[in-house]
Design a protein around this ligand. Structure first.
Ligand code: ATP
Length: 578
């Protein structure tokens, strides 16, 4: 999974990779040549007192060192670019995948985990790529080259290299095997910390209002303690690597001097050769150590890659058909035929066998108790979810046969939880129609009863909106969301409880202003207040996912007991309050 991800993402950067390998070869080649030159100076220059030879070979050493420096700087530069491109592209592909997800997939992963995956997980793999480019590419060359050069020096100690490498390899493999499950847990615990932190930040006002700071702090402490605990355990394992590597390295050095001294005493080896051999052994073991670093990082990066790939490979349950129907003109006739909806993992459907039809120019209101399925019904029309049974049709075409982009382009949804993006009032209003003129924005604001307060805001249309729209009131946010939908001029409007934060007078004025603007559109209004919807062409009464009444206000008063109860619960005939 890890190598597949890296291979796929680095495919476009083959040129840079080739450049990197060439520069690393230059770096390693120079590095390997230097000890031989050094041995030459000792054996042929110093021992024989030949100053000319020392100057000449010293000059070559200087030139080789310059080449080595160029190679290593160039390789670091190329490596950094490759790793940064990898991170950028991977984050972008996660972002694109999440953008295609339906609510089902977002719920399945959870927002905190998606954030960890696109930040921390990508970082893990990116660091591995960076380390690979700067260290790992050179390690095998260094190891193989070091072995060849060491054998060339022929100090009769080849067995020592073999023993050191095998011992180190086995020890490292044993430690790495123990670390893998730990790394998986670390990433999951980071998810948990993110989730608690996110809830804390978004719910900070509620937490204060209910004086739950202590409880939240304890919850956070538990999450961080668990993360600390597993990180410490994995870290301790990791730390055993260093003494391991250094013990092997130091023992090998002692071995070389011990056995080498005897060889020199017997006249089998020259001092220069033994010194070069020593340097090569150190280089070999350093490359084993670098490979060890990589092995330490690979398990964690592998876990991260698995989590990234999971997101990237997840297909949205709401996907475009292979051959989408592309109507030349969308009228906006909405029809539900026996639509049933059961959320994944739920025991029962939340909507059962709903059949209704709305024509352009009509307003259909949906009313019912909390949790009766009103928002779910709108989600089906907007294809945020697919009906588990039955069908939703637009102009007689099943929404599953339409290109989702085309469908969404004709739907203006005002969600129950009004959400604005960071930017300005204008950038938010132009969200569904980037070409809208200022005049169109003001008209939409006027209809949405938002003109007055936007005029009063510092900067008017260019006034700043904070992330989520937290710098305007709930009612103002709702009105801006309504205006945003109006600017897009869709064929179908879905107002999900969008008038609930408005006072009765504003609610009435807004509906009156809206009516002429949506004459040719199909309008669905979910509302709690009868006064908001009493003028609708058709009112759908939902009770526990069932349609228990459908018709105009007066008809329902005569025929629908549930509707009469709702009206009664709001102090009699709702229209009086409007
Ligand atoms: N994403 C989801 N996953 C699982 N169950 C869900 C999900 N969204 C809603 N439900 C459940 O479906 C039922 C209907 O929810 P829905 O939001 O459609 O009701 P509603 O009539 O709009 O409620 P309200 O008036 O409170 O907004 C509820 O019982 C709710 O718990």
């Amino acid at each position: 999974m890890l190598f597949k991800l890296i291979r796929e993402r680095l495919a476009p950067y083959r040129g840079l990779l080739v450049g990197l390998v060439l520069l690393q070869l230059l770096n390693v080649g120079a590095n390997l040549y230097l000890p031989t030159l050094n041995a030459d100076i000792i054996d042929n220059g110093v021992t024989k007192g030949d100053t000319g030879y020392i100057w000449h070979t010293g000059g070559i050493m200087l030139a080789v060192s310059v080449l080595q420096i160029c190679g290593s700087i160039g390789a670091a530069f190329f490596g950094a670019r490759i790793a940064m491109f990898f991170g950028r592209d991977t984050r972008a592909s996660i972002f694109r995948s999440v953008g295609r997800f339906s609510s089902r997939e977002v719920n399945q992963f959870g927002a905190p985990s998606l954030i960890t995956r696109s930040t921390n997980d990508v970082q893990q793999v990116q660091t591995l790529v960076l380390m690979s480019c700067t260290l790992m590419v050179s390690a095998p060359f260094m190891m193989v080259g070091g072995v060849i050069m060491a054998l060339r020096e022929d100090a009769g100690l080849s067995w020592l290299v073999l023993v050191a490498v095998v011992v180190l390899g086995i020890a490292v493999a044993a430690v790495v095997r123990k670390m893998v499950p730990g790394f998986r847990l670390v990433q999951r615990r980071i998810d948990t910390v993110n989730r608690v932190m996110r809830e804390h930040l978004t719910g900070v006002r509620v937490i204060r209002a209910f004086t739950r700071e202590g409880y939240e702090e304890r919850r956070f402490d538990v999450a961080t303690d668990e993360l600390t605990d597993i990180s410490t355990r994995v870290g301790s394992l990791m730390m055993t690597m260093f003494p391991l590597v250094f013990s092997v390295m130091n023992l090998s050095t002692i071995g070389v001097w011990w056995f080498g001294a005897h060889q020199i005493a017997n006249g089998d080896v020259e001092i220069g050769s033994l010194s070069a051999y020593m340097t090569y052994l150190i280089q070999i073991l350093i490359s084993v150590m670098l490979a060890t670093f990589m092995f330490m990082m690979i398990p964690r990066a592998a876990v991260a890659a698995e989590r990234i790939t999971e997101v990237v490979d997840t297909e949205s349950s709401v996907h475009a058909p292979d051959r989408p129907v592309t109507p030349t003109r969308v009228r906006g006739v909405v029809e539900l035929r026996g639509a049933t909806m059961q959320y994944p993992g739920a025991d029962d459907p939340v909507l059962r066998d709903v059949t209704l039809r709305a024509e352009p120019g009509q307003t259909v209101a949906i009313i019912g108790s909390t949790g009766s399925g009103k928002s779910t019904l709108l989600s089906l029309i907007a294809r945020l979810f697919d009906a588990t049974e039955g069908a939703v049709l637009i102009d007689g075409v099943d929404v599953r046969d339409l290109d989702p982009q085309l469908l969404w382009g004709h739907i203006g949804i005002v969600p129950q939880k009004a959400y604005l993006f960071s930017g300005s009032v204008a950038s938010n209003l132009r969200y569904g129609n980037p070409d809208a003129s200022d005049e169109e924005l003001w008209t939409a604001l006027e209809i949405a009863q938002a003109r007055d307060f936007v005029e009063r805001m510092d900067g008017g249309l260019e006034a700043t909106i904070a992330q989520g729209g937290t710098n305007v009131s709930g009612g103002q946010r709702q009105r801006l969301c309504i205006a945003r939908a109006l600017v897009a001029q869709p064929r179908i409007y879905l107002f999900d409880d969008s008038f609930s934060a408005l006072d009765l007078a504003t609610d009435r004025r807004l509906r009156e202003a809206l009516a002429p603007h949506v004459l040719e559109a199909t309008v669905f209004i979910v509302a709690q207040r009868v006064s908001t919807i009493r003028g609708a062409d058709s009112i759908v009464v939902l009770d526990d996912g069932h349609v228990v009444g459908m018709g105009a206000h007066d008809e329902l008063l005569d025929s629908c007991e549930a509707y009469r109860e709702i009206v009664a619960s709001q102090g009699g005939l709702g229209e009086e309050v409007a």
